[in-house]
Design a protein around this ligand. Sequence first.
Ligand code: FES
Length: 56
Amino acid sequence: MYVCVCKKVSDRAIAKAVAGGARSFREVRDELGVSTQCGKCTSLAREVVSDCIEAS
Ligand code: FES
């Protein structure tokens, strides 16, 4: 599913970024551009990032 509609970032893309070494919301945001437009996805994106980090 899309976490960030503006930037078309999916939960899978976030999981991939974490698997590739991203270790914080900021790092994922800088890499994928998630949450850099309207901002409505920020809390969900943070949640998905921390779930992925915890699971890794
Ligand atoms: Fe992510 Fe708009 S939905 S910035």
